[in-house]
Design a protein around this ligand. Sequence first.
Ligand SMILES: Cc1cc2nc3c(=O)[nH]c(=O)nc-3n(C[C@H](O)[C@H](O)[C@H](O)COP(=O)(O)OP(=O)(O)OC[C@H]3O[C@@H](n4cnc5c(N)ncnc54)[C@H](O)[C@@H]3O)c2cc1C
Length: 394
Amino acid sequence: MIPLPEGPVPATADAVIVGGGINGLAIAYELARRGMKRLVVLERDYLGSGSTGRCGGGIRQQWTTAENIRLAQESVAAYEHLAGELGLQTFFRQGGYLMVTEDESHLDSLRKAVALQNSCQVPSRFLEPRECLDIVPQLDISRLKGATFCQKDGTAYPFSVVWGYAKAATRRGVRIFIRTRLLEVRHDGGRITGVVTDRGEIATPLLINCAGPWSRSLAAMVGVQLPNRQERHEIMVSESCKPFLDPMVISISDGIYFSQSMRGEIVGGIGDPDEPHWDRPAQFDTRSQLRFAVRFARALTAYWPPARKLRLMRQWAGMYDVTPDHRPILGGVPGLEGYQMACGYSGHGFMLAPMAASRLAKQITGGEPDAIIDSLSLARFSRGDIEADAFVVG
Ligand SMILES: Cc1cc2nc3c(=O)[nH]c(=O)nc-3n(C[C@H](O)[C@H](O)[C@H](O)COP(=O)(O)OP(=O)(O)OC[C@H]3O[C@@H](n4cnc5c(N)ncnc54)[C@H](O)[C@@H]3O)c2cc1C
């Protein structure tokens, strides 16, 4: 049990972090670890109730932009010792990521991506289709044109990571208020002065927006326009079967991804280009759809025929917070002192969060300006400094 405070929120805080998902909790922990006191996290529902508790738990370093590769690479290094650091099992397992394609025209970008990843010391490699059978023996490779593989990629259990960060942050004095909603932000002459919640007001000079798919509407409260849009994505879990699958398999052709959990279940999802894009929380609809189950089952059995015998046990949906270049938005905005954000993870916030949080906390607590945070700032869109990451799957 994590001891969470009850009753009204404190009247003052040195920082208020909005969002009890992986980002808000990791940033709270990292700030506290660096000596910041009087930190408050606000979560309107339960911890992990946003995208984090609905995600596939995949962690990969196979990206096409240097910033995503670096953040993921550093996050993998963090995940390797996170359980010990946080004092809670994270179920992090480096079974690798096998990225496959059925499309000849992707081969060049796969090879270029491997070269960039290798230049960042990520040990990925290009594979011919038949070489995939050494990694997943029952994979149907008849339509595959090529693949890449990185053994150091893997998966972790999202709720354990969330609870681990919450526990470690609480131990360092962070006060996490669940079922507490931010209603309004007080700002005055270009700086943050406080927040209004449904459990009272907090005077604070620093507000950190980690509200995931809700961050666009939170930013709008302080006059910051984010280019993010929100997409609904579904995921499912099968009954358990004998362990056969070490890596996460993902296809950049049709957007399917699937892995096997430690309990033997197949966990996976598939993107759907016909899903609507939303920009207002009132539009979010996370009900399950038969359409997804059919699309996923067809794609899964095409890649891995033995899945025909498996029963689907549960499916659920969550939201991606997607930026125009599929890279997160980190840091502040000029002219608004005391406002920071970590959002727009475009379906990859679970894997990028540990190091994004660490870098952001370091910068906030007075370290040197961070080059990766600068290149991922909101200002990049007005600078026209945009390089989209091509390996967005799901
Ligand atoms: C189906 C699916 C599969 C995914 N698979 C992966 C994967 O394999 N790997 C990966 O890296 N990423 C994956 N993702 C993406 C990942 O889940 C997100 O990028 C990540 O969890 C974002 O974390 P977060 O903390 O920023 O946001 P969230 O987890 O959404 O947390 C934001 C929190 O803010 C709270 N909040 C919002 N507004 C308020 C308010 N006004 N007051 C108080 N609290 C508020 C919300 O309740 C929420 O809990 C997946 C996402 C989905 C939907």
